[in-house]
Ligand binder design. Structure first.
Ligand SMILES: *Cc1c(COP(=O)(O)O)cnc(C)c1O
Length: 397
């Protein structure tokens, strides 16, 4: 059994805050402070350039990749860390369409995060020659997979509603039609059990600053199924994905397997924070995490529905059909969220009308959920959100 009291003690959360936004930016793991300070002082400071070998900086993207791999059901040697999720999505897409050269359609859904769609659109424009991105409603993806589709690009858990796609089922449907399946795990990694190998995913990508708590700007990760690892050609053919980066050949030769998905110099200090964040996961069973996260979500849904009839649930009620967040709709969602934040309950808002709350058992328990419901009920019943200052939109919502 996972000891969630122990994991909670590993985080440094500000006094008086109920943090329900780990789905956007995970909080600071205590050990990350010391690890980053040590990397800066003892490694960068003392080792200088020799840190690439002595401190193992160069091997870190693969080492961290393997640790993330354990959390998403990927075999060792199939995940590498680097860049940002948008870039990793682009790489996965570019390699996938190159593996299906007779097909020109990338299929995604209208619930996907815009950056994924923008990257797909940008790739299609760059390729020209009839490539196109087709988007359909989330419920219509399965029926839209046909023999024109090179790859489906699906985010498993919807960033707004928390609705969860069936990875194994859609992947099987894609394969039956001769297409490849690319999964975005932004709201899955560290949130729900994921079985990339068992589910047959061809490519996957995710970020580490959300549920994995790697810190703002922490690098992303990419997975390539072993059956494609030597065939997938990286579109972003940077020197660190070369077979022999330090030979400085003028010609590009892709590195072995997943290593070819590396692009350039890895972010050493960010990786130090991420490494400390991943230590927290060593004692965590994903099945325990899932059970607890659904309990917390159910508790929140029941409490809010009983106390706040003016909020409507945007997240599927069925446990199987959702990830680790719960969202409610209200036309004044932005102001309501600002009023909550002013009272120490931190969630976030997604246009046009979504109030989003993430449930992260590593550091949130039933008591905080109960308290968050009480505060939300006070804000709604008293109309406490109805103030000009809460309507002032900041750059980041
Ligand atoms: C958070 C998120 C991103 C963010 O991409 P970055 O390049 O890391 O900024 C992309 N896609 C999805 C589905 C997300 O939820």
């Amino acid at each position: 059994m996972t000891d969630f009291t122990a994991t909670r003690a590993m985080f440094d959360l500000p006094e008086g805050v109920i943090y329900l936004d780990g789905n956007s930016l995970g909080p600071l793991p205590r050990a990350a402070k010391a690890r980053v300070a040590e990397t800066v002082a003892a490694e960068w400071g003392q080792m200088l350039i020799t840190g690439w070998n002595k401190a193992g900086w160069m091997a870190q993207p693969m080492r961290l990749g393997d640790r993330i791999g354990r959390l998403v059901g990927a075999q060792p040697g199939t995940v590498v860390v680097g860049d940002t999720l948008s870039i990793k999505v682009f790489q996965a897409l570019a390699s996938a369409v190159q593996l299906r050269p007779d097909r020109k359609v990338i299929l995604s859904d209208t619930g996907n995060f815009p950056s994924d769609l923008y990257m797909a659109d940008g790739l299609c424009r760059m390729l020209g020659r009839g490539y196109s991105l087709r988007t359909v409603a989330p419920e219509a993806v399965e029926a839209a997979i046909d023999e024109t589709v090179a790859a489906i690009l699906i985010t498993e858990v919807d960033y707004r509603t928390g609705r969860r796609h069936d990875m194994a089922r859609l992947t099987a449907k894609a394969h039956a039609a001769g297409a490849l399946a690319i999964w975005d795990l932004a709201h899955s990694a560290g949130a729900v059990p994921v079985d990339l190998a068992g589910g047959g995913a061809d490519f996957a990508a995710g970020c580490t600053y959300k549920y994995l708590n790697g810190g703002p700007g922490a690098p992303a990760f990419i997975y390539v199924a072993p059956r494609h690892a030597e065939a997938a050609l990286p579109a972003l053919s940077g020197w660190l994905g070369h077979a022999a980066p330090f030979a400085f050949d003028l010609d590009y030769r892709p590195g072995p397997g997943i290593e070819r998905m590396r692009v350039g110099t890895p972010p050493v200090i960010q990786m130090a924070a991420l490494e400390a964040a991943l230590d927290v996961w060593d004692g965590v069973e994903m099945a325990d995490l899932r059970t607890k996260s659904l309990e917390l979500g159910d508790l929140f849904i029941a409490g809010v529905e009983a106390a706040c009839p003016m909020l409507s649930l945007a997240t599927p009620r069925a446990n199987d059909a959702r990830g680790s967040q719960v969202s409610f709709r209200h036309p004044e969602g932005y102001a309501i969220m600002q009023a909550l934040i002013a009272r120490g309950v931190i969630g976030d808002f997604r246009a046009p009308d979504i109030l989003r709350f993430g449930f992260t058992p590593l550091y949130i328990g039933a008591e905080e959920v109960g308290r968050a419901v009480e505060i939300l009920a006070e804000v709604m019943a008293g109309g406490l959100w109805d103030r000009a200052e809460y309507r002032q939109r900041a750059a980041v919502t």
